[in-house]
Design a protein around this ligand. Structure first.
Ligand code: TRP
Ligand code: SF4
Length: 333
């Protein structure tokens, strides 16, 4: 049996936080043990521009931030091909071909796109750009350019993969069997809530701990986290189910969380001490990651080399796909 390909990626619009860490990064590292898999991870800078076209420097800077985050958590360039979307022109070419196979109405109905447009009123006003509306088409190109069969993503991405499957089916129907239909691999971890209890974690909400945060930043953020508001004195009986510190103990203090909750409920634990214990455990978990990050921060040349080498490998695959696509579409002049 041949190896299966997996393809996934991130928009480089900010540093990665612990939501990414538990949500997708850990599972990508784990997937590296699977010998029957060929893994590709894309830094989707062209997609990032669809909602940051007015801020190219932000995208540029974050390409390297995301790359450093990948490497520091253990995504290994010898086991996973890490590459840059904008350096693969075939993706843009495929996007144009696929755009004939999707209706505007279908894109407007895509739940992920719909949600995002609603969130980006400030950027788009009343009318969204052609590029943003069409980014699912470009994402279908991302996946199929590398023959991606497995796409490890979170739930929010499912409608995009469904759209890709539709494009693939339509393409194969019209032009003949050429492309592979991808399948979602949902990461087992659900979305991690922010320190304020918000379902979403992010920079604009100020409720995320970044993999690159310093001890001071971590301390400040955890000290400000949402706890059981009913607890004022140490011997008040607490409810860890409504406390974000308990929620994070569950992620970072696996061996201690049971005791934490018992003591909280019994009024035998102070919130400040409880937070300090959590801070210590977060720092313990993130220290080796930050050390690796520091190594790469001091070696920009090495970073660049990793990105270029990965992109070269990815390029070979995209060229092969393009040849087959052009043959099927009778564009093989
Ligand atoms: N849309 C993804 C996100 O916002 C990033 C992405 C771009 C992606 N291309 C992809 C994910 C291809 C999976 C496969 O996080
Ligand atoms: Fe939360 Fe800990 Fe305070 Fe209980 S003791 S409310 S778990 S911070």
């Amino acid at each position: 049996m041949g190896k299966k390909r997996s393809l996934t990626g991130d928009r480089p619009t900010g540093k990665l936080h612990i939501g990414h860490y538990f949500g997708s990064l850990q599972s990508r590292v784990k997937m590296q043990e699977d010998e029957n898999l060929e893994r590709f991870v894309m830094i989707a800078d062209v997609q990032a521009l669809t909602d940051n076209f007015n801020n190219p420097q932000k995208v540029r800077d974050n390409v390297y931030e995301v790359l450093k985050d990948y490497l520091s958590v253990g995504i290994d360039p010898n086991k996973t091909t890490i590459f840059l979307q904008s350096m693969i022109p075939e993706i843009a070419e495929l996007t144009v071909f696929y755009s004939n196979l999707v209706t505007v109405a279908r894109l407007q109905r895509n739940p992920t796109v719909k949600t995002e447009i609603a969130q980006k009123k400030e950027l788009f006003g009343e009318s969204v750009t052609y590029g943003f509306l069409g980014y699912p088409v470009s994402q279908a190109a991302d996946i199929t350019a590398f023959g991606g069969e497995l796409v490890p993503v979170g739930e929010d991405q499912e409608p995009l993969i469904e759209q890709c499957r539709e494009i693939v089916r339509k393409f194969n129907n019209i032009y003949g069997e050429t492309l592979k239909e991808p399948e979602v691999v949902l990461s087992s971890n659900k979305r991690i809530k922010g320190l304020d209890g918000n379902e979403k974690m992010g920079k604009s909400l100020g409720n995320a701990i970044y993999l690159s945060d310093s001890d001071e930043e971590i301390t400040k953020k955890v000290m400000g986290a949402l706890t059981d508001p009913g607890r004022i004195k140490k011997d008040d009986l607490g409810n860890p189910n409504i406390c974000m510190v308990a929620y994070y103990h569950n992620l970072f203090s696996k061996d201690e969380v049971k005791k934490v909750c018992e003591e909280c409920k019994a009024g035998k634990r102070g919130c400040v001490a409880c937070k300090k214990q959590l801070i210590e455990n977060i720092i313990k978990e993130l220290t080796p990651i930050r050390e690796k990050r520091k190594y790469y921060e001091e070696r920009p040349e090495e970073l660049r080399k990793i990105l270029i080498e990965g992109t070269k490998k990815a390029q070979v695959e995209a060229r092969k796909t393009m040849e087959r696509v052009k043959r099927s579409m009778k564009l093989d002049y």
